[in-house]
Design a protein around this ligand. Structure first.
Ligand code: ASP
Length: 343
């Protein structure tokens, strides 16, 4: 049963996840946001249970709650002070998906992503055109700014726009605000390998969620407001299939959180699913996908979670002390928060 199979031990006061099998149905999501797990679970418990609806409901709950300020409205103001949203939802039965990138002035990013899935043949819409689509589909247009996001932005402006993500600019972005132009030089200094200068535990996070219903249908999704002080127009890994999330009923699913600019170069969610397809456990697959990133970006910071189609879970992380994620199955009773210690 779940208690025996999902092995945890207490080390230094942390409940440490060591990989293991749960049972179906199952909901797993990044970070200690059990209200999202419970919202997804409630959806899975309905008679017409549907993994896609569960993922949508779980991510929406975090958007509404502004989980950690990094999901939903009112967080991560960009250089202009605006919050923009990335989200995706993927159906592992049909391999269909819907996503939005840099969505402006609409709060329910996962809902709009679901509309892209349900009401278009496209996979992703971005920016103002995604907003137009959302409005057509009945989503209200409203500001995503809050007093908190305004004050974060003002504080950043007063701090000479530090930190930021610009490189090799005039004026020098390491000690000034824009507008920036490229530094005109025949040779531009490459950023040192493996650096990820602006990422820390406080300025980003994503809800990444996997749901498998009792019949084995799998869905995965993400929702985030991205990175604090990002360059306007920046889209992270979260809406990119195979980067932020991936699902395939034949194998399982995976989700990612962390430095999305680096992660999207490695498609770690896809990698985990493909490694599981080749026979790896979820845990080995997550570790191996992380190792591929760390080999090239040793200072990378992020966490990956894989879930096999039978409900076996594996997680791996780096750059944080530890990484917490939520799991709910019929045997778990309530949602359990599990942790892995990061490499
Ligand atoms: N991956 C997200 C992004 O890059 C942020 C996070 O999950 O921490 O937008």
């Amino acid at each position: 049963m779940y208690q025996e199979a999902l092995v945890s031990t207490l080390v230094f006061g942390i409940t440490v996840f060591q990989g293991g099998c749960a049972s179906l149905p199952i909901v797993v999501n990044t970070w200690p946001w059990p209200q999202a797990t419970d919202a997804a679970w409630a959806e899975l418990s309905r008679q017409s249970a549907n993994a896609l609806d569960a993922v949508q409901a779980g991510c929406k709950r975090c958007q509404d709650d502004q989980c950690d300020g990094t999901v939903g409205f009112g967080g991560s103001p960009d250089e202009n002070g605006e919050t923009t949203l990335d989200a995706m939802i993927m159906d592992g039965t049909t391999m269909n998906m819907g996503a939005v990138g840099a969505l402006r002035r609409v709060k329910d990013a996962i809902g709009v992503a679901r509309s892209v899935l349900d009401h278009t043949e496209h996979s992703m819409l971005v920016g103002d055109f995604a907003t137009d689509f959302a409005i057509e589909n009945g989503f209200p247009e409203e500001s995503l700014s809050t007093n908190e996001s305004r004050s974060m932005w003002e504080h950043w402006k007063k701090n000479n726009c530090q930190p930021n993500y610009r490189i090799d600019t005039v004026p020098d972005a390491s000690n000034s605000c824009g507008p920036y132009k490229p530094r005109s030089s025949e040779y531009t200094m490459p950023r040192p390998a493996g650096s990820s200068v602006n990422i820390d535990e406080t300025n980003h996070d994503t809800i990444g969620m996997v749901a498998i219903d009792a019949t084995g249908k799998i869905a995965a999704g993400t929702s985030t407001n991205g990175m604090n002080h990002k360059v306007p127009g920046r889209v992270g890994d979260s809406p990119i299939p195979g980067a932020g999330a991936y699902a395939d009923d034949d194998v399982g699913a995976a989700v990612a959180t962390g430095d999305g600019d680096v992660m999207m170069r490695f498609l770690p969610a896809y990698q985990i699913v493909e490694s599981m397809r080749q026979g790896m456990t979820a845990e080995s697959a997550a570790r191996e996908a992380l190792a591929r990133i760390l080999k090239r970006y040793p200072k990378f910071s992020g966490a990956l979670v894989g879930v096999s189609k039978t409900g076996e879970i594996g997680a791996a992380c780096t750059g944080f002390g530890n990484f917490a994620f939520c799991v709910r199955t019929p045997e778990s009773g309530a949602t359990q928060i599990q942790q892995v210690i990061c490499s």
